[in-house]
Ligand binder design. Sequence first.
Ligand code: DAH
Length: 339
Amino acid sequence: MIAKIEQLLKEVEAMHASNAEELEALRIKYLSKKGAINNLMADFRNVAAEQKKVVGMKLNELKTMAQDKINALKEQFENQDNGCDGVDLTRSAYPMELGTRHPLSIVKNEIIDIFARLGFSIAEGPEIEDDWHVFSALNFAEDHPARDMQDTFFIESHPDILLRTHTSSVQTRVMEASQPPIRIICPGRVYRNEAISYRAHCFFHQVEALYVDKEVSFTDLKQVLLLFAKEMFGADTKIRLRPSYFPFTEPSAEMDISCNICGGKGCPFCKHTGWVEILGCGMVDPNVLDANGIDSKIYSGYALGMGIERITNLKYQVKDLRMFSENDTRFLKEFEAAY
Ligand code: DAH
């Protein structure tokens, strides 16, 4: 019996299979119910009592070795199948880190959330636009400097096509496609031909809001602005409106909020004035309503637009605009707790 086991041990040790079928044949030969090892197990009964211990140990050794060997061969075939020599190429080299939401997305979502509670719904439009939707339909005069190549990126082969310089273009797309009541908020990326520095970039993000209905007044606008400022920057925030000019609104204003960094006392951020500008706004110019198929004798509206980078700077004091587009995870991680 011992000799038989020794013989099988040698066989098993030298076992070799060049494909899965051969391996299966080996498994049947040695490990199946009627295989060589089980046959020996059956003979074990006849072994003399004083030899049982030694033979039993040898038999177990044989069985374990056969199982290990078959498993090892099997594994080898499986790895050979993907041609990677035992290396699992689907395994990531480093544990994957969970990303964080971008600060501009955090602030954009906050702005959207505030306006959504006031009944505004989101509208979007293309970033590659035509002159009509960005300028002409918004009452820009033929010779307005914004139309200049120095401010706007035009598509060389087609001077009518450009990268939108503001999200006000979405206003025109919505007005031409629908009738009041219109109450929309348009977040998006805009492009301007600016030299890149810590305070300017050739692209940035804006949120535009537009409300058109019967009897919409400046008072409505002011109330929404005040609510927005308090929700965004805290209940103590004050606002002030300064007269301004935009081709698409009349009257137009720029809105300042009391500096949320020094609380209005004056600091380098607000240039010691206690106020910081955050957005442009006004009553939609009747010319714009009419140009976009809305009867200005029946309807009126207000509009406002702000830069998301600016609001984010105010909330989080990011001193260099370029940080927003560098994707440095050390910077991005700082906003982990903000949402
Ligand atoms: N489109 C303006 C800009 O890019 C911002 C703006 C000002 C939008 C006044 C408005 C508005 O809707 O009423 O500077």
